[in-house]
Design a protein around this ligand. Structure first.
Ligand code: AMP
Ligand code: MN
Ligand code: MN
Ligand code: MN
Length: 293
């Protein structure tokens, strides 16, 4: 029997410190409304949203002590494996770690540089003002291609996020700039260095052949990666079963998370199928009590 796709545990979400639409405070309010018990904020290459959310949640809990929400410090690191862009989520990281701060600053500088190059390519196509718009929108926080997509939609160059990536920002797009992220090995080591667990985000979204996906899993295992995301929002039940099989085959723990950026496209905080019984849920290995303050 297929259970309903709602869970009290969501270990992949974004705020407007990266390319999420909600502020950290609004994200926490939504998590409370949705009855989430365990939430990880995993912004792209930044912990700034988490820090604001953590402060807010501790204030809310001070006045409403029955709120069951626990917030896990997390990150989604953009990295390179075999010339491909892969996202590795880190859960339970020490956000005060100085090496982490240094490495995230380096990723942020690469994002700023990439943004100027994307802007140049767009200008060559007669599209003016993108960088200006994106800088105003992000206010010094993470610049993502999703922000460029928003500009292209608002200026009527494309009708949807997907079209923006197809036509301009994705690998075959006119304004594509190959990223210079850290290697997957460095991303895993960085997460471990900060006491966290390393998770391959949305393994089926990289458009890898079965063989390549298995190679990714082999390499991730060899590099001491800990888990893969098995359950996501907007995912077929068959895909979840497929990923659960991989988790068992490669002896990875299993994570679940909506990858919430904004409400829509069948994506909502906590909207994930519960994990199958035979996989090992990653939250059993997170020091949850430590974060429950
Ligand atoms: P970036 O981190 O700058 O490489 O931007 C990638 C982000 O854009 C992802 O995290 C997604 O949230 C968003 N996005 C939306 N549609 C797509 C798409 N078709 N391909 C890749 N990323 C997409
Ligand atoms: Mn994103
Ligand atoms: Mn991702
Ligand atoms: Mn994500």
């Amino acid at each position: 029997m297929i259970k309903s796709p709602h869970s009290k545990i969501d270990l992949h979400s974004h705020t407007n410190a990266s390319d999420g639409f909600l502020s950290p405070i609004d994200l926490i309010d939504r998590a409370i409304e949705n009855g989430i018990d365990l939430l990880a904020i995993t912004d792209h290459d930044t912990i700034n949203g988490y820090l604001i959310a953590k402060q807010y949640l501790s204030e809310v809990k001070h006045t409403h002590s029955t709120i069951p929400l626990t917030l896990i410090p997390g990150i989604e690191i953009s990295c390179i494996w075999n010339d491909r862009e892969i996202h590795v989520v880190g859960l339970g990281i020490d956000t005060q770690n100085s090496f982490l701060k240094e490495q995230l600053e380096a990723q942020q500088s690469k994002r700023v540089l990439r943004a100027t190059l994307i802007n140049k390519r767009l200008e060559k196509k007669g599209i003016i003002g993108a960088l200006n718009y994106v800088e105003k929108l992000t206010q010094g926080e993470t610049i993502s291609r999703a922000h460029f997509a928003k500009f292209l939609i608002e200026q009527n160059y494309v009708k949807s996020m997907n079209n923006a990536f197809k036509k301009y920002l994705g690998k075959s797009g006119m304004a594509y700039v190959p990223p210079q992220w850290m290697t997957m090995e460095n991303a895993i080591n960085l997460i471990h260095h900060c006491g966290g667990l390393a998770v391959i985000a949305h393994p089926l979204r990289y458009e890898l052949s079965t063989l390549k996906l298995q190679q990714l899993l082999v390499d991730f295992k060899t590099l001491h990666g800990d888990a893969i995301e098995v359950s996501q929002s907007n995912q077929s039940h068959d895909d979840m079963v497929k990923l659960a099989k991989y988790a068992l085959e490669f002896n990875f723990m299993a994570s679940q998370g909506s990858d919430f950026h904004y409400f829509g496209n069948n994506i909502e905080l906590g909207k994930v199928y519960p994990l199958p019984d035979d996989v090992k849920p990653i939250w059993q290995s997170l020091a949850i009590k430590e974060y429950n303050t």
